[in-house]
Design a protein around this ligand. Structure first.
Ligand SMILES: CC(C)(COP(=O)(O)OP(=O)(O)OC[C@H]1O[C@@H](n2cnc3c(N)ncnc32)[C@H](O)[C@@H]1OP(=O)(O)O)[C@@H](O)C(=O)NCCC(=O)NCCS
Length: 154
């Protein structure tokens, strides 16, 4: 079942947020700080209070096993660009023991419908290049790369 989180579930949501953080720490220890300190933990309550953000969860066997944080973005125009809006998907995670069972696919289906119902025509997300499993997953549900960050290590 996919639905919006309840306040009393936010600590469980944090366990999943920590899983994502651990993936990032392992993949880019030069960028991400290890651990999951109080600032990161409490940030879920800022998200909870933000009227532009939503926390969606997947529940299986009475357990919260997946999460996504949604952010409604409204970008003003600039001399280069037209104004644009989209729904950004962040902090996306399925608990290890529930992976490869279609949970993330169901989350994205729910998010696509919700975003459409709110009048958005695009979903957007960013991800780290080392995270090949996540890339395969996002591509499997229709995401395409439309912009890149590049680096050269010196
Ligand atoms: C990425 C993630 C959310 C996918 O969740 P999931 O519930 O396992 O995904 P699904 O079961 O819906 O997968 C659907 C399809 O995506 C592809 N896919 C998913 N995970 C994959 C992986 N690790 N490697 C290759 N393909 C993968 C497959 O085509 C899969 O279909 P199949 O199982 O029939 O082969 C999950 O692996 C995860 O939480 N990873 C850790 C956190 C993370 O990296 N989050 C993203 C941060 S940007």
């Amino acid at each position: 079942m996919i639905r919006f989180a309840r306040e009393e579930e936010l600590e469980k949501v944090n366990e999943l947020r920590k899983e994502v953080n651990d993936v990032h720490v392992e993949g880019r220890p030069d960028i991400f700080k290890p651990g999951f300190d109080a600032v990161l933990r409490d940030y879920i309550y800022e998200i909870w209070k933000d009227p532009n953000k939503d926390i969606v969860v997947a529940e299986r066997d009475g357990e919260i096993c997946g999460v996504a944080v949604l952010n409604c973005i409204y970008k003003p125009g600039s001399p280069f660009m037209f104004p644009r809006d989209f729904m950004d998907v962040d902090e996306f995670c399925v608990a290890k023991k529930y992976r490869r069972q279609g949970v993330a696919t169901e989350l994205i289906e729910f998010i696509k419908k919700y975003a459409k119902d709110k009048g958005f025509q695009r979903l957007e997300l960013n991800m780290w290049e080392f995270n090949e499993g996540a890339l395969k997953f996002y591509e499997s549900v229709g995401f395409e790369t439309y912009r890149r960050y590049m680096e050269v290590k010196l």
